[in-house]
Design a protein around this ligand. Sequence first.
Ligand code: ZN
Length: 507
Amino acid sequence: MVELAKSQLPEGTLFEVISETPKCLPDAAHILTMCSRGNGRLHIVNLGRYAVTLFDKHSGEGVRVWVDAKKLNDWPEIKSWMLKTKPKREQNSDALLDELCRAKEAVLSCSPVTVDMRRVRVKNMGAIALCPICQEPYPAQDGGVCRGCAGEAPYLGETVSDASPALSAVPVEEAVGKAALHDMTEISKDAKGPAVSAGEVIEQNSVERLRDMGKRHIYLAAGSDPGPDWAHENEAAVAMAKAMAGEGVRFSEPPREGKITFIAERNGLLVVDQDRLRAFNLAPDVMVATRQSYVMVDKDRPFAGCRPIPLYIRRERLAGALATLAGEPLFRVLELKPLKTSILVTGQEVYEGRVQDRFIPIISAKLEQLGAPVLSTEIAPDNRQAIVAAVQRMREAGAELIVTTAGLSVDPDDVTRFGLLDAGLSDVVYGAPILPGSMLLLGRIEHTRVIGVPACGLHHKTTGFDLVLPRVLAGAPIGRRDLARMAEGGFCLQCKACTYPKCPFGK
Ligand code: ZN
């Protein structure tokens, strides 16, 4: 097949190979052409057909060769072998080989093809990172840890929490007077906290209760020193919590049943580093679960928890998991700053008094709810110079945030965006994957932040403005990438009775 294809190509063509099956044919092509999977010149496109194509690597022009079923009738052994019409034990391999050697190209057909080069282009590996868990280099585009450490390795016992140190377990009745190794929890609807805590001496009167809990054996603290390679769940949980808690976050100590809860130190905006959250949870034997990033959290309320999975975790695994955090906290609760805000309404119809403004009360209420004082309000006509002048007055009065309304559509009379640009708007992001609120505009004029609220802010109780305002007040950066992440969950259900922020919008 390869020879037939080669003979149809012009002499000296620099070619690559497509095998339409992963079975046998790629090996032959590799040996006969020097095109291999490793050098990127042998492409296996599994169409399930026994066919091979050689093509010019620049133009895509080539020749496809296949086993032609119509030509097999003169070759019964080849036919029954190819079509599997005879059980293997009934095949005569000598006769088959004899037919193959005699038939050669007689059972093949070929035709010219043009390969769609986009379908066979070898993707660039991109940047290389060092996996924080196994310390081996891997393509950074695979994520925070390598695919092997992410659970794709085919080796038994590599990622499952099977290993544990030798611990001393004794029957419950022999445990009286000795200290327990870990918290033991009663599973009942009115149980609060552990029945026996780690380090607590087990009393005679606890024996029946422990038996009721289904315990027949108990791990004792004494005699259960697993050695320096292992960290107890409580020690590991504290190490994890210390590495994760950032500004505005505290955590509960000691751990309860190996688990630590994170608590907001103040009212504010929860910011979670989503990439490192995922990388950490890809590491074996540990977990952390949290409320969604960018939700508002209340002071003294829990929002996340972490723990190791086994009672003892290998120290190297704990270190690997902690390394995914890259020395930066995972959680922060940012304070919303009371930015002095000016509201700029644009629109000829409102300016001329034909239409009563409704934006100022709506926006003012939303700002006040988040503690941002309204410094001034203005209504400007659809005129670039007028918008520039209004923005200047607001900034001179000390506005730290300007919320401009309307005039952000594709309408030719809408000059708000151009007026803002004339006034020096920079770092502009226009358009967001949020419905309603897709015509959102974000930017700044020197140190004054600017939010452009599209007209849907009038008709809908909750829009993209409600999603970005807390972030702007908290000083969290919002770039194109941040907005792109808002796409998932950025579709409002438009419920009759809006329950935002308790609904899935923005989450
Ligand atoms: Zn790895």
